[in-house]
Design a binder for this molecule. Sequence first.
Ligand code: 5GP
Length: 210
Amino acid sequence: MEGLVVVISGFSGVGKGTIVRSLMERHPDEFAFSISQTSRKPRNGEADGREYFFVSRETFEENLKNRLLLEHTVYEGNYYGTPREFVENQLKTGVNVILEIEVEGALNAKAIYPESYLIFIVPPKARDIYYRLKNRGTESDEEIIRRMKKAAYESDFIGSYDDIIVNDDLETCIQEVYDKICLRRERLNRTHAEGAVYKRDFTELTKEEN
Ligand code: 5GP
């Protein structure tokens, strides 16, 4: 069977990056991380080709025109997109591909790959994110309000996800994400195998009739 597309989304600051990194480190043979292209500038500590492929707006638009991106979105005025070829190649080898993308991209990925598995990571309470940002003191009050508005908008999409996983204790959350992906994959293996048996049997029956 081909690999599974696993989409991980979550509110800004919920820790989804850490969860994805841990999954990759612990199960390097089972997962491939899709490194997105973005037109936003690198933040401190980010490296080209590791967190993102950082490109100009012009290059992004050119890539879009040439259909090199599987899905894309505009977030906070910057382009973000998933490189098509990497995802397709990895899936063919049977590896699960992780897309860490926002809500609109998640729904687009689901439309392209109906079997993809959509996980939304949440904090135990909305206030947890609010206080984390407040205490950090690096964002202005306006910025914090803007993020709360964005999170409220994103909350509308959670109903379209396959699972919500709470990041209360990080270790428990990582394990839960991994277990749920394995379960999903096993179930798909089973239904695919059963489908193949029916296909074979019905195909045989059409031959007998002719
Ligand atoms: P950041 O700038 O904080 O790294 O990412 C901003 C948002 O863009 C996050 O919600 C992240 O998950 C999302 N994102 C990153 N790459 C992609 C992508 O290729 N496609 C889509 N649709 N969203 C992305």
